[in-house]
Ligand binder design. Sequence first.
Ligand code: SAM
Ligand code: SF4
Ligand code: SF4
Length: 356
Amino acid sequence: MNRPSGARDQERGRTHEQGRTDELGDTLDRPLRDLRVSVTDRCNFRCVYCMPREVFGTDFEFLAREQLLTFEEIHRLVGIFAGLGVEKVRITGGEPLLRRDLETLVGMLSTIDGIDDLTLTTNASLLPKKASALAAAGLDRITVSLDALDDEVFRSMTDQPVPVQRVLDGIESAALAGMTPVKVNMVVKRGANEDQIPKMAEHFRGTGHILRFIEYMDVGNTNGWRLDDVVPARAIHGAIHERWPLEPLDARYPGEVATRYRYLDGAGEIGIISSVTRPFCATCTRARLTASGELFTCLFAGSGHDLKGPLREGLSDSEIAGLIRRIWGRRTDRYSELRSEATVDRPRVEMSRIGG
Ligand code: SAM
Ligand code: SF4
Ligand code: SF4
């Protein structure tokens, strides 16, 4: 069941504001509402736009176990973030389902006051086995990444021999477990998978799942991003609209990253996330916590702020809240609005570390 905003708290007979301190705003007056929590920097895929195998090969040094935040530490930090205004939490990675007993963490996070929406982004390769345990633990919804319907194209994107059918099975298992609507994210890279746009649209029309197309982004410094590789949102829209006419839908809440459209024939909706050609920094309310406990205030930041150290040194919740408050209060990030040739070579954190 997809719970409307506030539903978790209503179920517990609480209002949103309880347990909240005053509103937190950055230098551009943007509140802190969403937190992406990466639980691992490891992945069983090697998507060309995220973890190219030439860089993330057998000798790549991933985080050691003791460097990872424990479930208790994540739970404590998310509770502090909730007190500062965070309402939505997305668990991500690397591949989050590689983290053992993830459903235990989901169960812990699902009890935090003020978190209305608890979701997970996954490549779904392990989802058929995990979906019902995650739903039972309190996960509201799932976003599955799938870049192609043809096995050959899919393999060329993921650089891993997992068949598309496994991902489709994962999507169905999430839906069967009640985590609907399932969102399906497709990163579009020119010359790699743009031919899959109409195939994906056709496949997911009428299923109730929401397909979202993502412009290929210059996250990190290892994927060799070039502006020419980006298929702009208007071209993605055009490729679908010419076959199945679309009309725009209103955003469901301020700061929603996807521009929404519905099929005029009633076959459901799609979204387009155009962070390159139509940036949405002005309404960006997202913070990111890495698996090693660093807080990033922008997907394209060069460095983060350590929260694990203060946590392990014994700072109190209110001291850590003060630290986060100061970090967010100084936030000036608007990378996508300022993107230019000059920013391409700037050091940026890798997507697998920060979480999408
Ligand atoms: N492994 C999980 C997955 O793939 O769903 C979660 C982590 S992944 C980093 C989160 C999202 O980031 C995925 O939907 C992925 O497609 C997207 N992503 C990764 N690199 C990207 C890039 N360079 N441009 C746009 N999206 C990207
Ligand atoms: Fe792994 Fe997700 Fe990155 Fe692909 S996009 S390499 S599945 S973390
Ligand atoms: Fe937010 Fe940074 Fe992305 Fe702008 S570039 S929308 S500030 S994460």
